[in-house]
Write a protein that binds this ligand. Structure first.
Ligand SMILES: Nc1nc2c(c(=O)[nH]1)N[C@@H](CN(C=O)c1ccc(C(=O)N[C@@H](CCC(=O)O)C(=O)O)cc1)CN2
Ligand SMILES: NCC(=O)N[C@@H]1O[C@H](COP(=O)([O-])[O-])[C@@H](O)[C@H]1O
Length: 209
């Protein structure tokens, strides 16, 4: 039986928020099976927060510098996210590593979109690192977040060709087109079908076989 109420998404952002926008647009269709109940950020004055406000979605900001330690920030972020009772937390261009407390609360239900084909080129500079290495294809990866940096079990990947005259910006923009489609498709499936993490393998559906 499909769930009767839409899955509750909390989305965390640090920048332009075009991936967030793709989710907001998809959620406008009741058949999508999810809705964005809150958007959080680690900084002010970003387009991602403005997109949420324009959509009438509650926002919050938790800056690391407002707290006496990284662990206190992590706990405050987790407490605030928990207040929105999420089924899924989506890190969509969120440029902070979430820690033990956060993962202890939501682990297994936190996903991150990354602009490279994992396990290659983890970290903050996926498109630039791929270009510098000279790969001919790169892309994007959606994965279930764990304590490592871009090491979690993979939900979906999409391939993007590297052009001879690419710049980091041009390549990243093409990756982001693929990334938005991957994110919307996969989060929708997770919401409608459920998913099971079995070691490094992820299967869609609610049963174990
Ligand atoms: N526990 C995890 N947290 C996050 C993951 C993850 O895989 N595990 N993915 C990231 C996103 N990410 C790239 O994919 C990433 C983001 C940020 C950093 C990082 O070193 N950030 C610095 C601060 C930099 C800044 O504020 O501009 C930091 O956290 O101190 C590495 C990888 C989302 N979180
Ligand atoms: N390591 C994390 C990372 O590089 N994240 C990347 O930042 C971009 C955010 O775009 P957006 O703000 O327009 O959604 C996306 O490409 C996302 O994968």
């Amino acid at each position: 039986m499909p769930p009767t109420s839409p899955a509750r998404l909390v989305v965390l952002v640090s920048g332009a928020g075009t991936n967030l926008q793709a989710l907001l647009d998809a959620c406008a269709d009741p058949a999508y099976g999810a809705r964005v109940v809150a958007v959080g950020a680690d900084r002010d004055d970003i387009e991602g927060l403005e997109r949420a406000e324009r959509a009438g979605v509650p926002t919050f900001v938790k800056k690391v510098g407002q707290f006496s330690s990284r662990d206190h920030w992590d706990r405050a972020l987790a407490d605030t996210v928990a207040g929105f009772d999420p089924d899924l937390v989506v890190l969509a261009g969120f440029m902070k590593l979430v820690g033990e407390e956060f993962l202890g609360r939501f682990g297994g239900s936190v996903v991150n979109t990354h602009p490279a084909l994992s396990p290659s080129f983890p970290g903050m500079h996926g498109p630039g690192d791929a270009l510098e290495y000279g790969v001919k294809v790169t892309g994007c990866t959606l994965f279930v977040v764990d304590a490592g940096v871009d090491t979690g079990p993979i939900l979906a990947q999409s391939v993007v060709a590297v052009e001879d005259d690419d710049t980091v910006e041009a390549l990243h923009e093409r990756i982001k087109v693929a990334e938005r489609a991957m994110l919307v498709d996969t989060v929708g499936r997770m919401a409608r079908e459920g998913f099971v993490v079995d070691g490094r393998r992820v299967r869609f559906g609610r049963t174990s076989s």
